[in-house]
Design a protein around this ligand. Structure first.
Ligand code: DX5
Ligand code: ZN
Length: 215
């Protein structure tokens, strides 16, 4: 069964405790939390104080996706705010190996996110050191975008790289994931589905999560 990670970015920010309840009571596995700095990506979302508040009610794994420059400045604060896994962007980190070591030394699972234009082979020398790869299937910065079809080939390439290297990294797919394309994404090799609008924009989010889980 896939790991399902609803993205809180698509929840109603006036009723975050309802969103926590939905995820807690559903068959979802993780909370997916998107942090945007207005520099690496065009938009600004929320930061560590927001996540710390959510952690009081969110009872599942906190998967924090940093779309920010210089994540090393904030990694310890994200740990303190309740992050269980911290994902940084390949494109934002000139010293990516150092970022990974820092995240692990803080006691979190380390992930690397890769933008639609970046080829999978750039992960070759880091794949053995990380627990997660986030394959961005939209350009990061906004929820509610359309899935980029070429991502399917990237998931397959990544699966081959993981098998060839003996890495235990999970493949997470993030952006434009829906009940219509989830099966194809999972067949290509994905382990984790992030879904924002498909979950919180649906009439019955818990039921939608159940459908994703049973794909
Ligand atoms: C986009 C974020 C995504 C976003 C996904 O930059 O990384 O996690 O919340 O939202 P949907 O599922 O609506 O595309
Ligand atoms: Zn994300």
């Amino acid at each position: 069964m896939p790991i399902i990670a609803p993205s809180i970015l698509a929840a109603d920010f006036l009723h975050l405790s309802d969103a926590c309840k939905i995820v807690n009571e559903s068959s979802a596995d993780w909370f997916h939390l998107d942090v945007m700095d207005g520099r690496f990506v065009p938009s600004i979302s929320y930061g560590m104080s927001f996540i710390k508040q959510l952690k009081k009610e969110g009872k599942k794994y906190f998967d924090v996706h940093l779309m920010i420059l210089e994540p090393e400045k904030y990694a310890a604060e994200f740990k303190d705010s309740g992050a269980d896994g911290l994902t940084v962007h390949l494109e934002a980190c000139p010293n990516l190996h150092r970022n990974i070591q820092q995240i692990k030394s803080l006691g979190m699972n380390a992930g690397v996110a890769i933008n639609p234009h970046s080829p999978i082979f750039l992960l070759k020398d880091i794949i053995g050191d990380i627990e997660l790869v986030n394959v961005m299937s939209v350009n990061p910065g906004f929820g509610g975008q359309t899935f980029i079809p070429h991502s399917i080939q990237k998931i397959k390439d990544l699966k081959s790289l993981i098998l060839a290297s003996g890495s235990s990294a999970k493949i997470e797919v993030d952006g434009g994931v829906s009940l219509d394309n989830a099966k194809e994404i999972l067949d290509a090799g994905a382990d984790v589905l992030v879904a924002g609008h498909a979950v919180f924009g649906s009439p019955n989010p818990k039921d939608t999560i159940r459908k994703f889980k049973n794909m």
